[in-house]
Design a protein around this ligand. Structure first.
Ligand SMILES: N[C@@H](CCC(=O)N[C@@H](CS)C(=O)NCC(=O)O)C(=O)O
Length: 206
């Protein structure tokens, strides 16, 4: 399997999941819609976005929630997703879809994407604090977003909280989110994936 990713983009969540699950997945960074061997990334992802997980049979999954759940289901013993059919599995799907649509696309995408008109960007920036309020409410007093242990929803939320910090949102205003973020930054899989991705960013900036 191959995971196509961009350093510190939303694909970081899938990179964390790969490490957590200990799966034989090659992580390949794309740059300017080119793969690491100079290939046209649009031939892999029709939309040109990451993450994309190419399975050994050639099927490409290109949406964060499906990539994350596929990886989790390849290694059930890693506990990255509750079993299918359980109440908790639907909580996980709910959390992933919420993060992907309401948080990632509706807020962060509109802040970061160069093609978004200034007015829409300002509107999205104004949504950041209320969105962090909503996430803090969803997390409540728990240590993880779904159930009692780390799941792929946490891998996704850490990624989004990284962006909040990058945008200078002071997480001290959301103490439970700040504590959650700091705790998860120390998780070995998160530290490892972020170390690799930050090094790739540095290499590109040099
Ligand atoms: N619907 C996709 C969206 C993924 C997405 O927006 N990826 C961003 C990086 S965080 C990307 O590749 N953007 C580049 C582009 O859209 O050209 C998902 O939920 O995974």
């Amino acid at each position: 399997m191959e995971l196509f990713a961009s350093p510190m983009a939303c694909s970081l969540a899938s990179h964390i999941a790969v490490i957590e699950a200990g799966l034989p997945v090659k992580v390949r960074f794309i740059d300017n819609k080119k793969t690491d061997d100079g290939g046209d990334y649009y031939k892999i992802s029709a939309n040109g976005y990451v993450p994309a997980l190419r399975l050994d049979d050639g099927l490409v999954l290109n949406e964060g929630p499906s990539v994350l759940q596929y990886l989790a289901d390849r290694k059930p013993e890693a506990g990255l997703a509750p079993a299918w059919g359980t109440r908790e599995r639907y909580e996980l799907i709910d959390a992933l879809n919420y993060l992907s649509t309401e948080v990632h696309k509706r807020v962060f995408y509109n802040i970061f994407a160069a093609t978004v008109p200034a007015e829409a960007r300002e509107a999205a920036k104004a949504q950041l604090a209320p969105t962090l309020d909503a996430i803090a409410k969803r997390l409540g007093g728990r240590q993880t977003l779904v159930g009692e242990t780390f799941t792929v929803a946490d891998a996704y939320l850490v990624t989004l909280l990284n962006w909040s910090v990058f945008l200078k949102a002071d997480l001290a205003n959301w103490p439970t989110l700040q504590a959650y973020h700091q705790r998860h930054l120390k998780r070995p899989s998160v530290a490892q994936a972020m170390g690799v991705e930050m090094a790739e960013r540095k290499r590109r900036a040099a």
